[in-house]
Design a protein around this ligand. Sequence first.
Ligand code: GUN
Length: 292
Amino acid sequence: MQLLDGKLISQEILHEIAHEVQLLKNAGQRVPHLAAILVGNDGASETYVASKVKHCTQVGFESTLVRLSANITENELLEKVEQFNNDDSIDGFIVQLPLPKHIDEHKITLAIAPHKDVDGFHPMNVGKLALGLPTFVSATPNGIMELLKRYKIETAGKHCVVLGRSNIVGSPMSILMSKNTNPGNCTVTICHSKTQNLKEFTLTADILIVAIGKPEFVTADMVKEGAVVIDVGIHRIPDSSKKSGFKLIGDVKFDEVASKSSYITPVPGGVGLLTICSLLMNTLKAGKSFHN
Ligand code: GUN
C-alpha cells in the first residue's frame, strides 16, 4: 500500500503557483485576486474559507473575505455578487456553500459571471466540462485528477466506481474519469443512495472514489484487493485525547481498507489540500486570462 500524499503534492503545486505569481510580478502585472463570500457562521465553512484565504497569502495572491450575516436577503447577496462581477480588481470569487435555507443556491450560482466562477459551479462551466472544453473544473474533482496524474496512476481501461452524485464532486468526477484523457479513459459507474447491492459494484472497482458524506462507510469487505481508493469525506468526531477535542475521519474506514489497497488517500492530508490548490490554480488561470 502506498499513501497518496495530498500534503506533499499540494506543497509541490503551491510552489509552482508561487513561482507563476513571481513571473507575473516580474512582468509588471498585478497578482491574481480571489474573493470569498461567507454567509452566516457555519463552523466547517469558516474553517474552509479561512484555509482558502491563508493559502492565497502563501502563494502571493491578493484575497478578500466578505462576511455577511445569516439574515441577509437573497437580493442583498445577489447585489454583492453583481458588485464582484463588475470589479476588475477581482479575478475570481466564490460564494461558500451551503447557504442559509431562505437563499436559493442555484440562483446565486447562476448570477456569478462564468469567467469569474473559479469554483466551476456555473451551468456554463459545468456544460463545458461535460463537452471536454477548457473551463474552470470544480476544485475537488480537479484536485483528484491532479493527484492521480502526479502519482502516475494508470487509469485507462480501468473500472472507476464513484460513490456519490453531488454536483460538486460525484457528478463532475464521473465525467472527468470517462473522458479520453490521462488520467481518464475509465469505464465509470456512479453509485448513490438508491443503488441496490452496492457492494457488488464497489468490489469490481479498480479505482474507488468515495464522496457520500458518511463517516467510515466503506469497509474492507467492500474493496477489491489492489484497488486505488480516494476518500473525499471529512468528518469531525469527538476525541478527548486531542487538544482540539476532535479528530478528522473520512468516508472510508482507513485502517482496514489501507492494507487491501494499492494506493489510498489519508484523511486528513489527502484530497482536502488538493481542493484548495485547484481553487488557486483556477484563480491563477482567471488572473492570466484577464491580462490576455
Ligand atoms: N462547500 C463545500 N465545498 C465547497 C466548494 O468547493 N466551494 C464552495 N463555494 N462551497 C463549498
